[in-house]
Ligand binder design. Structure first.
Ligand SMILES: Nc1ncnc2c1ncn2[C@@H]1O[C@H](COP(=O)(O)OP(=O)(O)OP(=O)(O)O)[C@@H](O)[C@H]1O
Ligand SMILES: [Mg+2]
Length: 1010
């Protein structure tokens, strides 16, 4: 129930009328019309009155105001209904349709255009190019279809002379992806004849008035509609639209839609051919019939890309099968030739129109659609079909059009009235039955098999021999005499508004219509000589050829009678009604306020008539008594269960119905609902709106909740995966470790028995985790290996080995040659091989010293060159024991010159070179500086390493004190009597023995060059 409008505008929903009477209804409708409110609701049905003036209610602000809003949130509008249809489609993925009905000139086509415009405006917010192009073609197609399918009639300057049902396809996003147009029965008789005051289709006038001179010239036309028989009658009538500008718009629309230049040319060539055909005259000389003026024939043949001879022949003859497979040419009478020409012109136009529609369809059809990929493809159908019409002279077309309106009314009744009441009954809702006029009886009058008018017409068409329209009328009179909705002059002889043998009358739901039976049979047969079809099929123009596929059959092959026009139309309308029936319908009921296209005049009688036949009063009654909204309990619960704590996420009640009751009571609108057997009925949309709003507010919270749960699930999954990864990694690591152990074990299994105790065995590369362990095991193995080696060394060699190890550590690789490879004899002065002349003397002296000083071991002895603080250098014997270091005079039987206690020494310095210089540091800073001399045993080998190793081993192992050894790369620092001295080493050519020389700050040891 729409609100938001002041009361001065009347009731915006007829349901709100104080009393549902025709009087109140009309008062409200009139008041609103006069106040410029052309739209009013009956629940969800929109009643629209043609304003006959431009209204400022279709702009962008209006579109924004209606976008996504509920019906009752804004004043009634076409946009609100469009939005409701769109929302229903999007929310519930349901196909919907908008059925626009009303008589000719009531505003159906305008309404359909505004609907399209609205849908185009609210979709594709992301401006995707392919969607924009679909929308563009859909919008542009209107212009083309109106040019070729609309004409000025006495009822409407832009009357649709065809029915149009357009499906718009949407993807799951709600954006249009394509569409399809179905067209119904084009009133093609208009091509050859129009009633007084009417015009042919707009396209002809647009071409003749708007086409450029060159274009017209190439089409052999002049820019004057009065020059052509088919357009002459309508040429003088004025219309509100401008043919010239429309022509431009159509040409542009054709291009935008995607018609090629050749196709556009073909379209206009066909139009020109029709106009030229219309001007063809035939004359008879009594025997044969001739065409007057062959120029026109040549032009037609040129425009249709056919051979001129064939054109003339087809216009003047027809091929007849004689039976037995033979064919003969039969000449036409002048009358037959005219009939043939007109039938050809009509067929050309009809097929052209059909082809244009199919060409547009080929552009907008949904391509590459894959339901799995693109989701459900939903549809909004918009039906704009010719309205119910009554002319002075009503013919076959009006009969068909009015039948179509009966069918649509039937659908409306079916859905809005009968189904609605039926549902209340089924659901056990207390309900007061409302009577309404059911027009099924009229539908049956027209379409019932055997008895209906269409059947009688078809029968007459099938009958061989001369069956005329009047014979057919007689047959109808006989068969339908008892029908309450059928009459004729014969059946009501007093009714002078009908003629004998000409008129019959049907009492339609919308009023009585008197039809003239003249031409009914011809129009129903819709006969076109086969020769024309073949002529067009053989055209060199591919577009024409495509329009006439049935022309490929030869005359002997054409056996089956085609379906009649009425039956074809009936079938297409039945299919249409079926199609609409399975969609959720939205209705726009258009009312024409007056006959004179006045924006001011509200013709009460006319309007009341329309309100009555459209069944609007009954509609209000049903609606008022009824419920705006219904839904099975389960569905209702599913949608709104989050709005109530007892039903979210699951209810514990006995049934869904109880749960629904809980929701309803919680929201306090229990008085606004009724409980059916399976469905809940809600009377006013407001209640539902409240629920929708609450739901909309909760959805983001639910989304967050779902996100939370899902994120949690994802995290748990990730965690499980990580755990699995770590478990696998753990197993693998353990395996790698074990594999390493096994490998080590297998490689080193026999090391005990190996000659080198496994020194040459290569260690396998350990896994990273075992690198420390590996280092330790390598070390352990080395130690073990060393122990094995050491174990085998005889105790006598141990001292030497220890000394060598100590030297190795002390020199730490700084000194290249340190005598490792030779045997360390230690006591060289007593060694007869090293000092053959002096050894015996020294042995004696050392024995005396041992007795005297009680040392137990000689650590080292040998000759050396020594320098003292007075810069005097002399040869001396050096004896190092575990107690003292002695300086001996070799020249005086090794007399002891000096005896220094061993514990006075704190460390020593040597160089990294090959010299034999040794500085022994004392705690008293009176260091001993000497250069060892090599004896006979090892004249070229180093003795410094031996002295270092022996001393270090003795100090660290026996005395348990550190004995630091400094290996100097350049000068050696010493002190003599506390004074610092710098000792350097130089090689000197010609020097035979190493000797000290005083230098500026100490001494320099000169050594021989090699
Ligand atoms: N909403 C509107 N605003 C302004 N003018 C309108 C409106 N609706 C209809 N009209 C006017 O009424 C004329 C007839 O409307 P329209 O062509 O839509 O009628 P129709 O119901 O389609 O008729 P037919 O059945 O003959 O095709 C339009 O050309 C236009 O001038
Ligand atoms: Mg129309």
């Amino acid at each position: 129930m729409a609100e938001l409008e002041g009361l001065e505008f009347g009731k915006s929903d007829f349901v709100l009328l104080d009393e549902v009477t025709m009087e109140q209804f009309m008062d409200n409708l009139k008041l609103r019309f006069e106040k410029g409110r052309i739209y009013t609701y009956i629940g969800e049905v929109l009643v629209s009155v043609n304003p006959y003036r431009q209204m400022d209610i279709y702009g962008k602000e209006n579109i924004d105001a209606y976008r996504g809003r509920e019906l009752y949130e804004n004043p009634p509008h076409l946009y609100a209904v469009s939005d409701a249809a769109y929302k229903a489609m999007k929310r519930r993925a349901k196909d919907t349709c908008i059925v626009i009905s009303g008589e000719s000139g009531a505003g159906k086509t305008e309404a359909s255009k505004y609907i399209m415009q609205y849908i185009a405006a609210i979709t594709n917010p992301s401006q995707r190019a392919e969607v924009e192009s679909v929308k563009n073609v859909l919008l542009k197609s209107n212009c083309v279809l109106e040019a070729f399918g609309n004409a000025k009639t006495n009822r409407n300057d832009n009357s649709s002379r065809f029915g149009k049902y357009m499906d718009i396809n949407f993807n799951f996003n709600g954006d249009p992806t394509g569409g399809h147009i179905n067209n119904y029965l084009l009133e093609k008789s208009r091509v050859i004849h129009q009633q007084d005051g009417e015009r042919n289709f707009h396209s002809f006038y647009q071409l003749l008035r708007g086409g450029s001179n060159e274009m017209l010239e190439s089409l052999h036309l002049q820019n004057d509609p009065t020059a052509y028989v088919y357009t002459r009658e309508g040429a003088a009538t004025t219309t509100s639209n401008n043919d010239r500008t429309s022509h431009k718009a159509v040409m542009n629309a054709l291009e935008v839609i995607g018609f090629s230049k050749e196709e556009i040319d073909s379209v206009y060539q066909i139009l020109a051919s029709i106009l030229l055909l219309g001007n063809l005259q035939f004359e008879s000389d009594g025997e044969s019939v001739q065409i007057v003026g062959l120029d026109a024939v040549n032009h037609v043949s040129e425009l249709t890309d056919t051979d001129p001879e064939s054109v003339s022949k087809t216009l003047l003859h027809r091929t007849v099968a004689t039976g037995g497979g033979e064919v003969i040419d039969k000449g036409h009478t002048a009358e037959e030739a005219c009939f043939g020409r007109d039938a050809f012109a009509k067929a050309l136009y009809e097929r052209l129109f059909g082809w244009i529609v199919s060409r547009i369809n080929s552009v907008i059809e949904v391509k590459d659609y894959n339901p799995v990929l693109h989701g459900k493809n939903t549809v909004i159908g918009v039906l704009d079909i010719y309205g119910f019409e009554i002319f002075d002279n009503n013919s076959f077309e009006q009969f068909c059009i009015n039948y179509c309106n009966e069918k649509l009314q039937q659908l409306f009744i079916e859905i809005i009235l009968r189904q609605e009441q039926g549902e209340y009954q089924r659901e056990g809702i207390t309900w007061q039955h409302i009577d309404y006029f059911n027009n099924q009886i009229i539908v049956d009058l027209v379409e019932q098999p055997h008895k209906g008018i269409i059947s009688i017409l078809d029968e007459a068409c099938l009958t061989v021999g001369k069956v005329t329209d009047t014979v057919c009328l007689d047959s109808m009179d006989t068969k339908l005499a008892q029908h309450p909705h059928y009459t004729s002059r014969k059946l009501s002889p007093t009714d002078k508004s009908m003629d004998f043998q000409k008129h019959f009358r049907i009492r339609h739901y919308a009023g009585d219509v008197t039809y003239s039976v003249e031409g009914f049979l011809d129009k129903n047969k819709d006969m076109l000589f086969q020769d024309f079809k073949r002529l067009m099929y053989n055209s060199a123009n591919p577009v024409l050829k495509e329009m006439w596929p049935d022309g490929h059959l030869s005359i002997t092959e054409v056996t089956k009678r085609p379906l009649t026009a009425a039956t074809l139309f009936k079938n297409s309308i039945v299919a249409l009604v079926d199609k609409l029936g399975c969609k959720e319908p939205y209705y726009v009921r258009c009312i024409k306020p007056n006959e004179v296209k006045s924006p001011m005049l509200f013709d009460d009688a006319r309007c009341q008539h329309q309100v009555a036949y459209l069944g609007l009063i009954e509609n209000v009654m049903v609606r008022r008594a009824g419920f705006a909204y219904r839904q099975p309990y389960a569905r209702f619960l599913q949608r709104y269960k989050m709005t109530c704590e007892y039903t979210w996420p699951h209810h514990l009640m006995a049934s869904d119905r109880e749960a629904v009751e809980t929701i309803v009571t919680q929201h306090g609108f229990q008085d606004d609902v009724a409980y059916g057997h399976t469905k809940l009925f809600v009377r006013t949309p407001r209640s539902l709106y409240t629920l929708e709003q609450e739901r909309a507010a909760l959805i983001p919270i639910l989304v967050l909740f779902l996100q939370k749960v899902w994120r949690g699930a994802l995290a748990r999954m990730r965690c499980r995966r990580m755990r699995a990864i770590y478990a696998i990694m753990g197993c693998y690591k353990r395996y790698k470790v074990k594999a390493h152990f096994w490998e080590v074990e297998s490689r080193f299994a026999n090391v005990r028995t190996m000659a080198d105790y496994g020194k040459s065995v290569e260690w396998p590369t350990p896994p990273a985790a075992l690198s420390q362990f590996h280092n330790i095991t390598v070390m352990l193995h080395r130690r073990w290996w060393a122990r094995q080696i050491v174990k085998n060394i005889p105790p006598s060699d141990m001292l030497e080995v220890r000394a060598k190890v100590a030297a190795l550590t002390a020199l730490s690789g700084e000194r290249k040659d340190w005598g490792l490879s030779r045997a360390w004899e230690r006591d060289y002065l007593s060694n007869v091989r090293d000092c053959p002349q002096t050894s015996s003397g020294f042995i004696r002296v050392s024995k005396e010293l041992r007795n005297k000083d009680e040392y137990s071991q000689v650590l080292f002895s040998g000759f050396c060159r020594k320098v003292n603080r007075f810069n005097k250098s002399t040869d001396r014997g050096l004896l190092v024991t575990d107690k003292y270091i002695y300086k001996l005079e070799p020249k005086k039987q090794n007399k002891v010159l000096k005896r220094l206690p061993l514990d006075a020494f704190t460390g020593m310095s040597v160089t990294s070179g090959v010299d034999q210089m040794v500085a022994l540091h004392t705690s008293a800073q009176d260091d001993v500086l000497l250069s060892l001399q090599r004896g006979e045993l090892c004249p070229n080998q180093d003795r410094v390493g031996e002295l270092v190793g022996t001393l270090v081993d003795h100090f660290t192992r026996i005395r348990k004190v550190q004995f630091p050894v400094k290996v100097c790369r350049s000068a050696v620092q010493i002190h003599m009597r506390g004074k610092p001295k710098n000792i350097t080493v130089e090689t000197k050519a010609g020097q035979t023995n190493a000797d000290f020389k005083k230098s500026r700050d100490g001494f320099v040891l000169l050594i021989p060059a090699n």
